[in-house]
Every structure is written in structure tokens, then in C-alpha cells.
Design a protein around this ligand. Structure first.
Ligand SMILES: *Cc1c(COP(=O)(O)O)cnc(C)c1O
Length: 347
């Protein structure tokens, strides 16, 4: 384990940018190298033409680990923390087709760690999509009737003589969200080399770490455009409570970084109206997945990016953007789940 610990690195990009902004007292964040970074940013010419909007995309579906996705960036910090703490087992959970679980299982394999997953079967159980991949990566799969919480699975691992490192759903705690602070700093550097000024960023948002990391990173790096999260799991019934949870996580991230910042609910633009139920593929999602595939040859996923891109199309139709705006769709991955949703997506 000692040799593996030696590869834990601090984040030069993060430190350099924060120091050049004059923010002092940055605690050194440990990070391992899991992702192929920077992920590319490119225009979507056919979609822009078809929809009458300057559309760009950032390809976090191509982070390189186990078919990619946004959880790779979070795991760069989470796995580093696990190694520093001397853990030998990554423990986490999610829905049966969880992309977070698939990437965690792969990260564990890469670092010679064990992986235990607590999966909730919101769909029929088959060895397809991400479940197939979890098994290929050698993860130990538990179904939700075995343990009530990920923490209890962690205790079980400990009682069996192992050292668990428990990662919450979606990897969204203050450590995991650092991956998206770093991602925003990366994007601000890329913006310097593209002609289009990006005025709006659209992302799917679920366990919040991605959007919170981007918002914290935006404050640090001075990105002043809108960051719009399309809520995937939560509808507006508890908007007030959910909005506050974004703010709370943002404060935890700032504390983790050792910087003083203020956040309010106004920092988080979250659209709750597209959340028709987790993993439900309606006309909006289905059309969005097909449209992106047929216009640009890019695969979205049925649960997150399909819904978020469908929401973006609907926002364009409602006239939310002007002709001068540059709209960046931040692709967070998940196409490996497509195979499990074949029936919902094509005849
Ligand atoms: C987990 C996930 C998201 C949501 O990110 P959060 O940080 O949980 O809000 C979006 N897209 C894909 C493909 C995901 O797997």
C-alpha cells in the first residue's frame, strides 16, 4: 500500500489558480490521477443550426475511466483521501444503473482496493449496462434489502476485518465536489482559447456535487455566466429544502478548501420542472437522446444527460437565450446505461 500512497498528488492547477487569485490558507488537497484531463470543449454545429442557438459541449463523458463520466473527477479526490486514510475497501451505493458505482468499482480496481456496492433495484435486475461493468470490475454487490444504508454496509465490511472508506451517493460530499471546482478552473482556462464567450452552462444535477463544485469554482476563477442545473430526481415540492442543501454543501466545500466565501440560494439556478421521476424515460428524454445521436453522433444517457439536454431544447424553444449567447452543455457521461434502457429508447 505504501507504493500506492506515493502516487497521491496535490493539485497543481487548483493551487496555482487559487494562489494567483490571492486566496490564502489553501489547504493542500490530495488528488490521484484517474481522468484524462482536460476533457475537450467543442462546438455542436449541426445542433446549433437546427435549434438556432450557439451550442457547445464539454466532454466529461470522455474522462477515460471505465467509459467515463462526471464521477471520475470526484473520485480523483475521494480515492486519494481513502488511500491517505489507509482504507482497503471503497464502499458506496446507488440505483441499479448507477454510473457512480461503476466508476467507483473501476477506480478501486485501478488502485488494488476492494469495492462493495449497495444497489437499489428500481428496474428489473439483469447483467446489463452498468451492472455488467460493476461485476467485470470485481465489485461485491449487495441489494438494498441487505442493508438500510451505505454506512451499515461499511460497518459490515469493517466487522469482516477490512478498512472501509464510505462514499455517499453520487460521491457528493465536500471532498468529491472538489473534482468540479477543479473542472471549472479547467474550463476557464479553455475559454481563453475558444472564440465563443460561454454565457450559460447547462448540467444535469442530482446529488448536487457537480453543480456545487462548479459554482464554487466559478467564484474562485471569476466565471460570471449562468450555471443552470436540471434537477433529475427532485421536483419542486421541496424546493426550499433542496435549494438550501446546495448552499450547505457549497459552504462545506469552501471549508474543505480553507477559503472564506458566502453563498445564497441565488447562487444556484436549479430547474425542478423536468423531474418526472428518477430513471423514467419520457418523450423528452427519448427525443433528446435520439436527436443528439442523429445530429452530432454523440451518445447521451437515458437518466441524466437525456433529460438535461431535453430541458435545454425546451428552454431554447421558450426563448431563454439570445443570438449572442454561448450555451455550453456539460456532458456528464452515463451512456453505458443506454443498453439497459433499450426498450424505452427504440422500437
Ligand atoms: C451522477 C450523475 C449526474 C449528477 O451529478 P451530481 O453530482 O450527482 O449532481 C449527472 N450525470 C450523470 C451521467 C451522472 O452519472
Amino acid at each position: 500500500m505504501q507504493a500506492i500512497r506515493a502516487v497521491v498528488i496535490t493539485d497543481p492547477l487548483l493551487e496555482q489558480l487559487i494562489y494567483t487569485k490571492g486566496v490564502m490558507h489553501l489547504r493542500k488537497q490530495k488528488r490521484i490521477d484517474l481522468a484524462f484531463l482536460p476533457t475537450s470543449v467543442h462546438a455542436l454545429p449541426r445542433l446549433s443550426e437546427a435549434l438556432g442557438c450557439n451550442l457547445w459541449i464539454k466532454r466529461d463523458d470522455q474522462t477515460g475511466l471505465a467509459l467515463g463520466g462526471n464521477k471520475t473527477r470526484k473520485l480523483e479526490y475521494l480515492v486519494a483521501d481513502a488511500l491517505v486514510q489507509g482504507a482497503d475497501t471503497l464502499v458506496t451505493g446507488g440505483m441499479i444503473q448507477s454510473n457512480h458505482c461503476r466508476q467507483t468499482a473501476a477506480a478501486a480496481a485501478r488502485y488494488g482496493l476492494r469495492c462493495a456496492l449497495l444497489l437499489h433495484a428500481d428496474r428489473p435486475v439483469h447483467n446489463d449496462g452498468n451492472v455488467l461493468l460493476d461485476k467485470l470490475f470485481g465489485a461485491d454487490i449487495w441489494w438494498a434489502d441487505s442493508f438500510a444504508t451505505i454506512g451499515q454496509l461499511g460497518e459490515h465490511v469493517r466487522n469482516n476485518g477490512h478498512k472501509p472508506y464510505v462514499i455517499p451517493y453520487g460521491g457528493s460530499n465536500a471532498v468529491g465536489a472538489l473534482g468540479y471546482v477543479n473542472a471549472m478552473l479547467e474550463f476557464v482556462e479553455q475559454q481563453k482559447n475558444i472564440a465563443q464567450k460561454i454565457t450559460h452552462i447547462i448540467i444535469p444535477s442530482c446529488s448536487r456535487g457537480t453543480q456545487v463544485g462548479l459554482v464554487v469554482g466559478a467564484k474562485i476563477a471569476g466565471f460570471t455566466g449562468s450555471i443552470i442545473g436540471i434537477s433529475i430526481d427532485y421536483d419542486k415540492t421541496h424546493k426550499e429544502k433542496y435549494d438550501q442543501e446546495y448552499v450547505d454543501l457549497a459552504y462545506q466545500v469552501a471549508e474543505q478548501l480553507g477559503v472564506t466565501m458566502t453563498f445564497t440560494q441565488d447562487d444556484f439556478d436549479i430547474r425542478y420542472e423536468y423531474a418526472i421521476g428518477y430513471g423514467i424515460v419520457g418523450e423528452l428524454e427519448k427525443h433528446a437522446v435520439q436527436f443528439m445521436a442523429q445530429q452530432e453522433g454523440i451518445l447521451l444517457d437515458p437518466v441524466y444527460t437525456g433529460r438535461a439536454f431535453g430541458a435545454l431544447q425546451s428552454m431554447i424553444h421558450k426563448g431563454e437565450f439570445t443570438r449572442n449567447d454561448g450555451v455550453l452543455f456539460w456532458h456528464t457521461g452515463g451512456a453505458s446505461a443506454l443498453f439497459a434502457y433499450a426498450k424505452e429508447l427504440v422500437k
